[in-house]
Design a protein around this ligand. Structure first.
Ligand code: AMP
Length: 401
């Protein structure tokens, strides 16, 4: 199948050709014709499947026809859960729409609002926004939705996880009733189902991988290791396997900072990205990583959402995620666009329950491995750990009266 057969226009086909995109990915093959025909679409597609192009390309094409956008108006609104994803989608819009005379803008919180208000003054065809900042701009009269034709909810599952449901509902109330709706989500929870039910009009449903399945072509391995030896094991892996680029997840911001400090002290160039870092620092960290100025990027789940790092070979779960679904999001960073990837989990004794929750969710057992040349001082095989009886709690001493 070719992009031309999906009904895309010449300028877009030329851009895709220049980008070296030879054929549509599965989500693109299904979503592009449906969106071009004006239908509502719900797609279960993770980052790395080509989902951004699957909605951006047909929307850009749609925008080349129809009325000229008026001051402070917007024709297509793309809502994303995080600033990073907003920036990423905006970059895709700029790339795919290079040959088209369209105006787009991106707005998100944590930076000054005035330049964003200015950018909306003469109206934009396509606006990418995080929910909170969008409402701020609306409340300041910088935005009106009277010309809105299409709403896209990107990474809808993450938006709900981050507690944006109220903002989303508020935004939807402000939009014209007659519009096209598109929803993209890596997973499809009951909450998403309910949200979709409240917005959609007989949507086309696109489900590419079985529900809650992790990206394919990614090998999943678990290494048993004492908590105190995790940093040493990670350093060993980076050196021993001559990794040039790996994304490492920690559960907490403090943990991310501490790990990066230790890795740097060990001579491994490392950047950190988490919610307490300023936007400028986050952008620089990501840029340093993407351009190979640092080998490792240590991130928390929230900050890593939406990062587009093409062809990332290794993702390391330094800490297992508390919520099993985050495992799927984390490893969505590797094995992208059909490339092979490796998801490595460093599992300590206290994380065995989290490991089995992940295995239940992805319906797959992580392959247990040991790192050649790395001898942890005392570790217990994971197989034994899972059946270890818990220590009985000590009975409290009765209080003296
Ligand atoms: P996404 O799932 O939107 O984050 O896209 C993942 C990556 O795949 C991005 O880096 C895109 O540039 C790339 N990509 C998207 N569609 C195609 C395609 N049809 N052929 C090759 N690469 C693609």
């Amino acid at each position: 199948m070719s992009f031309a057969s999906l009904g895309l226009s010449k300028p877009l086909l030329q851009t895709l050709d220049q980008l070296g995109y030879n054929k549509p990915t599965p989500v693109q093959a299904k979503a592009i014709p449906a969106i071009l025909s004006g239908k509502d679409v719900i797609a279960t597609a993770q980052t790395g499947t080509g989902k951004t192009a699957s909605f951006t390309l047909p929307l850009l094409q749609h925008l080349t026809t129809g009325p000229k956008v008026k001051a402070n108006r917007v024709r297509v609104l793309i809502l994303t859960p995080t600033r990073e994803l907003a920036i990423q989608v905006a970059a895709s819009v700029a790339t795919y729409g290079e040959a088209l005379p369209l105006k787009s803008s991106v707005v998100f919180g944590g930076v000054k609002i005035n330049p964003q208000m200015m950018s909306l003054r003469s109206g934009v065809d396509l606006l990418i926004a995080t929910p909170g900042r969008l409402l701020d701009l609306y409340n300041k009269n910088a935005l009106k939705f009277t010309q809105l034709e299409c709403l896209v909810l990107d990474e809808a599952d993450r938006m709900l996880e981050l507690g944006f449901i109220k903002e989303i509902q508020k935004i939807i109330e402000l939009l014209p009733k007659k519009r096209q709706n598109l929803l993209f989500s890596a997973t499809f929870s009951d909450e998403i189902r309910l949200l979709a039910k409240s917005i959609f009009n007989n949507p086309v449903q696109i489900e590419l991988s079985p529900r809650n399945s992790a990206a394919t072509r990614v090998s999943h391995t678990a290494y048993e290791v004492d908590k105190s030896k995790k940093t040493a094991l990670l350093s060993h892996m980076v050196r021993n396997r001559k990794w040039q680029q790996a994304l490492v997840f920690t559960r907490t911001k403090k943990g991310a900072d501490q790990l990066a400090k230790k890795l740097r002290a060990d001579g491994i160039s490392t950047s950190v990205i988490h919610g307490d870092k300023s936007q400028a620092v986050r952008i620089k960290a990501l840029d340093d990583f993407k351009t190979n100025r640092v080998r490792l990027l240590v991130a928390t789940d929230l900050a890593a959402r939406g990062l587009d790092i093409t062809g990332l070979p290794h993702v390391v779960n330094f800490d297992l995620p508390k919520v099993a679904e985050d495992y799927i999001h984390r490893i969505g960073r590797t094995g992208r666009a059909g490339a092979e990837g490796e998801a490595i989990s460093l599992v300590s004794a206290d994380e065995v329950k989290l490991l089995s929750a992940i295995e239940n969710l992805i319906r797959q057992t992580l392959v247990r491995e040991t790192e050649i040349g790395f001898v942890p001082s005392h570790s217990v095989p994971l197989t034994q750990l899972s059946s270890q009886p818990r220590k009985p709690k000590r009975a409290k001493k009765p209080k003296r009266r």
